[in-house]
Design a protein around this ligand. Structure first.
Ligand code: NDP
Length: 276
């Protein structure tokens, strides 16, 4: 950032929000807030749910062509009449700071470092490395195989480098004996989207537990009538695990940190290319 500032470059992140999904509105507001806090240009373009796919693609093209915009993020989920894959493929790969464009997914899988890593799995790797968790040779079990968390998580953990070299198992709704797998994990990553499904008895003593889940459940004891929780039942898991991430306050903030890091990298690469 300092080197960029010296060259007169301010990293710019444009977030596009289509529709009025309440959870998405909160995520987007946080992304804009943190981008500004670290001195970036962060703006959110809010479009009505009635926006057509053609209109959204035209906006993406406009952002692709705007030199002040280094990173573009289209918040998911999109309204059902818009195909998310078409939109993602429309974002210029060098501005795809979410790391979902097939070009960036391919680079991640191969192990090339000149693409963008998807923010949530990259944040998990950063958490593991900075917390001194040995991934080399570890049994890593991921519950969930989505394109945004489970699959890229597996791709990163299996790379032959720091924060990788793990023996990876990916579980999903068709896995037989799910908890047989979770119970032998040295590193257990839950990305299921099912509130508090994994409990202490499903965890190997001393394991590192990373809870990606973000679920809102009813809670009459709260003024709001609800609370956020993960895919792991924290109290029972904490008693067994060696290390565990909380929800909220664990993977969520790391995801935003990685988004900002990708945006700075995008700005650095653009600045180098145009010789700013
Ligand atoms: P998806 O719904 O896309 O994927 C969930 C996965 O869990 C699927 O692969 C599904 O299997 C699997 N699954 C569902 N039920 C079971 C079950 N009973 N047993 C085993 N596997 C099961 O969710 P995401 O990956 O998008 O998100 C997962 C969670 O992480 C959510 O709570 C989400 O809110 C949260 N999240 C948090 C982020 C953060 O920044 N903290 C970022 C992104 C997500 P199958 O494929 O067979 O259907």
């Amino acid at each position: 950032m300092i080197a960029l500032a010296a060259r007169g470059v301010v990293p710019g992140l444009s977030v596009v929000l289509v529709g009025d999904d309440a959870a998405s509105a909160v995520y987007v507001a946080n992304k804009e807030k943190f981008a500004r806090q670290v001195g970036m240009h962060g703006d959110t373009i809010r479009l009505p749910a009635s926006t057509t796919q053609a209109e959204l693609l035209a906006l993406v093209e406009q952002l692709n062509a705007d030199d002040a915009v280094h990173g573009i993020l289209v918040q998911m989920p999109l309204p059902s009449h818009i195909d998310p894959d078409v939109v993602i493929r429309h974002i210029a790969p060098h501005k795809d700071v979410d790391g979902f464009h097939p070009v960036n997914v391919g680079k991640m899988l191969i192990g090339h470092t000149d693409g963008f890593l998807p923010c949530t799995p990259a944040g998990v790797i950063e958490l593991l490395v900075r917390s001194g968790v040995e991934t080399r040779g570890a049994e890593a079990v991921i519950v969930g195989r989505s394109n945004i968390v489970g699959k890229p998580m597996a791709a990163l953990l299996v790379q032959a480098r720091a924060g990788g070299d793990a023996t990876v198992t990916v579980c999903h709704s068709r896995s037989r004996d799910l908890f047989e797998h979770t119970r032998r994990a040295d590193i257990l990553i839950a990305a299921v989207g099912r509130a508090e499904m994994i409990r202490g008895e499903h965890i190997k003593p001393g394991a590192t537990v990373i809870d990606v889940g973000m679920n809102r459940v009813a809670d009459a004891s709260r003024a709001s009538g609800s609370r956020l929780c993960g895919d792991v039942h924290f109290e029972s898991a904490e008693a067994v695990a060696g290390k565990i991430t909380p929800v909220p306050g664990g993977v969520g903030p790391m995801t935003i940190a990685m988004l900002l890091q990708n945006t700075v990298r995008a700005a650095e690469r653009t600045a180098s290319r145009i010789g700013a």
